[in-house]
Write a protein that binds this ligand. Structure first.
Ligand code: FAD
Ligand code: AMP
Length: 480
């Protein structure tokens, strides 16, 4: 007999597993179908984020940061090291342990909340029916009054640089190198390219980042992007903007990459490894039977409204499979919203306040409107920025690069955006998100007491700087 559920979630990434847990918490009979399996054939939960994305990349960023600090900063603190080395295998083992712990944690959460798990590839048939094909090829069906598609995304490949899974890899392969490459090419200066490029640069690779567009971090506030670019270049990342990769070839153990420089001249660069980090595409192929009545847009995203509803009643889609930034927290909030909607509650996601973070060192982070976006929207803008070089805690920690910037409406005083580059940028911007979620004014932030000495004082002083009353501002008007 076909088993019946209130909710079937397809995909156990951060959008799907969060949705399934919330649905079960709300008393709905919930199943999650996941196709990913480990070598032993056991279901692997957590999706891209936990297995080959956010978590392993942060594990390696953390390890490589410590190595880099030991190599370049400890001496200044008076800490002497005799023989510093990097054991890549041990670093990878730690990363794998972190991943296993997090992924296993989701299994425990499913069990604790009563979410059923089915291992297999799901396909939406329509009429509340879902077909599941297990690893042995056996096909079965379940019935669900509501279906939530959370199938995520996969790395895009480009014809000029086909992967060979050894010398030319995508982001997943870049988390598995067995030694530090001497010369590393990174194609794409997006978030993933910068993070993975940083990992290997810190461990000693000569990293060249080739980016087709001529402006750096196009989605960020211009001032923040400018300061970040300067810092990354100073760190030794050779970022080449306006350089479109047109072809490549493997010769022996080397990769020759051909690109057009900004003058249109063809240049060849030789690397020991190449990471292709040119973006991600939604994983929606073969997901819907024609009778399901679901529309995909021209890039393969499931078409949904602002509540993640498709045109088919009871059929929702969340996370990387739908429009909007491809970020774990965005997908997770959509998952919660959909579970609540199915349970008959009012729910929404505030898409104006999705934090963006690049976990380099220093971090780059922002939320809300950039100065340019606010001006384009016709807002009368005022801004304030404050450098970490004037923040006691940052100077004491040798982390004085970067700044915090606030974008505000000069008519209403409302904070519209918080942007930062600095060692705690993500956490500070998150404080800004809380403030903006409560519709804070610049005055509200200025009147808030911040502990001393903390990095957060940069946020406070940036608020004061909006009205040119920052106390510790070395130069009253500008920072960075
Ligand atoms: P996914 O995590 O992709 O999960 C989808 C799941 O669905 C997968 O487990 C897949 O196996 C399963 N599935 C697909 N089709 C089917 C089917 N037909 N049947 C059954 N199961 C199916 N985001 C951040 O917010 N912060 C970061 O720091 C960050 N770092 C990243 C670093 C890297 C290197 C990468 C690659 C990504 C990073 N991201 C980060 C992005 C983040 O991983 C994604 O936005 C997030 O995983 C999307 O969640 P999701 O649940 O929509 O999809
Ligand atoms: P993101 O989508 O943020 O991960 O960034 C991917 C980046 O890769 C974008 O900035 C693209 O401009 C860049 N890109 C895509 N194709 C190429 C190419 N052939 N050569 C160089 N950069 C590219």
């Amino acid at each position: 007999m076909t088993e019946k559920f209130d909710v079937a979630v397809i995909g156990a990434g951060p959008a799907g597993y969060v949705c399934a847990i919330r649905a079960a918490q709300l008393g709905l009979k919930t199943v999650c179908v996941e196709k990913w399996q480990d070598a032993a054939g056991k279901p692997t939960l957590g999706g891209t984020c936990l297995n080959v994305g956010c978590i392993p990349s942060k594990a390696l960023l953390d390890s490589s940061h410590r190595f880099h600090q030991a190599a370049h900063q400890f001496a200044e603190h008076g800490i002497a090291l005799e023989k510093l080395g990097i054991d890549v295998a041990a670093m990878m083992k730690r990363k794998d342990k972190v991943v296993q712990k997090m992924s296993g944690g989701i299994k425990a959460l499913f069990a604790a909340n009563g979410v059923s798990l089915i291992s297999g590839v799901a396909r939406v048939l329509g009429n509340e029916r879902i077909e599941i094909t297990d690893a042995a090829g056996k096909v079965s069906e379940i019935h669900a009054s509501n279906t939530v598609v959370a199938t995520g995304s996969h790395p895009v490949e480009i014809p000029p640089v086909p992967l060979d899974d050894n010398l030319i890899v995508n982001s997943t392969g870049a988390l598995e190198f067995d030694k530090v490459p001497g010369r590393l090419g990174v194609i794409g200066a997006g978030v993933i390219g910068l993070e993975l490029g940083s990992v290997w640069a810190r461990l000693g690779s000569q990293v060249v980042v080739l980016e087709a567009l001529d402006n750096f971090l196009g989605m960020a506030d211009r001032q923040i992007a400018r300061v970040s670019e300067k810092i990354f270049r100073k760190q030794g990342l050779d970022i080449r903007l306006g350089c479109r990769v047109v072809s490549s070839g493997i010769e022996g153990q080397e990769v020759k990459v051909h690109y057009q420089d900004p003058q249109g001249k063809e240049v060849v660069e030789v690397f020991d490894k190449v990471i292709v980090a040119v973006g991600r595409a939604p994983s929606t192929a073969n997901l819907f039977a024609p009778e399901a009545g679901v529309e995909l847009d021209n890039r393969g995203f499931v078409a949904v409204d602002d509540r993640c509803r498709t045109a088919v009643p009871g059929l929702f889609a969340v996370g990387d499979a739908v429009r909007g930034p491809m970020l774990a927290h965005k997908g997770a909030e959509e998952g919660v919203m959909v579970a609540e909607l199915i349970a008959g509650k009012a729910a929404e996601v505030n898409y104006d306040l999705v934090p963006s973070i690049i976990y380099t060192h220093p971090e780059v982070a922002w939320a809300g409107q950039t100065e340019e976006q606010a001006k384009e929207a016709g807002v009368s803008v005022k801004t304030g920025a404050f450098p970490f070089s004037a923040v006691g805690r940052a100077v004491a920690a040798n982390e004085s690069e970067g700044l915090v910037k606030i974008v505000a409406d000069s008519d209403t005083d409302r904070v519209l955006g918080v942007h930062a580059v600095g060692s705690c940028a993500a956490e500070l911007v998150q404080q800004g998100v809380v403030a903006m979620e409560f519709s804070a004014s610049v005055e509200d932030l200025a009147l808030t007491m911040f502990g001393h000495p903390t990095f957060g004082e940069a946020l406070h002083e940036a608020a004061l700087a909006v009205d040119e009353r920052a106390i510790h501002m070395p130069n009253r008007k500008s920072a960075g």
